[in-house]
Design a protein. Structure first.
Length: 279
């Protein structure tokens, strides 16, 4: 690790724009830090690819970020977090690496009172079982139910994150797990983990369906908390001052990255803010 490491940016990558919710949480939690974000938009989604392909993509994304100078890596992609953290740590042994799955699982275990935890994610993440395995390792007695909510992704990317359409879709997906009113028994999950980086944009609609008695865990927020802990533990926190502007890289379609990315960041992102790179 270089002597000037604390002044280097934190590298963040995802298969597309969903990881910008993680970046948004990181910027809020760590206002003194600079960031370099890479969205592998040419090859999304990762969830439909083989573990071998996802591992190769993750190594290529990280190589691009390391070549530009980063002090740590945040894997803001659930699929890559599930399969590539160990290969990345082996390839760059001096580079701290944080994913989104384990922090979300840890927060879910900490929040549950009954030990009954629900996870919602994309079909690929649910099928791969990454959250189920992580929760079971941390809480061996936990009961876990997982449900795919694929329509949440296009709703988030179209900006339809509140209102009757979003709530109707949330109700369709979630009411089987969290029945309304008297139909909800004492055995229903008391904790819900949002296992996709798109899903925090629909957190309001989700919360209205599941009700205030259910703890809703945002993996973006929990990943940001873990990054803060790693920076402090490793002595890598940036010195006080004005951070460098966040830099954005994409592997395809920078116009769409900027348009949709602005919804995830909560601010306007111009096409000129996004550089195209070839992995």
């Amino acid at each position: 690790m270089r002597n000037d490491a604390p002044r280097l940016p934190i590298g963040v990558f995802d298969s597309g724009v969903g990881g910008l919710t993680v970046l948004r949480a990181l910027r809020r939690r760590l206002p003194a830090e600079s960031f370099l974000y890479l969205g592998d938009t040419a090859r999304l989604p990762y969830g439909t690819k083989s573990p071998q392909s996802v591992e190769r993509y993750a190594l290529q994304c990280t190589r691009q970020l390391v070549a530009r100078g980063v002090k740590m890596l945040v894997v803001a992609c659930n699929t890559a977090s599930a399969v590539a953290l160990e290969p990345l740590a082996r390839a760059w042994p001096g580079l701290p690496v944080v994913g989104v799955v384990r922090p979300g699982a840890r927060a879910g275990c900490a929040a549950t009172r009954s030990g009954h935890i629900a996870v919602i994610a994309t079909e690929g993440t649910v099928r791969g079982g990454a959250y189920q395995r992580a929760i079971q390792e941390l809480c061996p007695q936990a009961r876990i139910v997982a449900r795919a909510c694929p329509l949440f992704v296009p709703l988030a990317e179209e900006g339809w994150t509140s209102g009757p359409v979003a709530e109707a879709v949330a109700r369709e997906y979630l009411e089987p797990l969290f029945p309304p009113g008297d139909r909800r028994g004492a055995d229903a999950p008391d904790t819900l983990v949002l296992g996709c980086t798109h899903f925090p944009l629909l957190a309001g609609a989700v919360a209205r369906v599941v009700g205030p008695e259910v703890a809703v865990i945002d993996s973006a927020q929990t990943a940001a908390a873990e990054v803060a802990d790693v920076l402090e533990r490793e002595g890598l926190g940036a010195p006080q001052g004005t951070p460098e502007p966040t830099r954005f890289l994409a592997t395809d379609d920078p116009e769409r990255f900027a348009r949709v990315g602005g919804l995830f960041l909560g601010r306007t992102l111009a096409r000129e803010d996004v550089a195209v790179v070839d992995l």
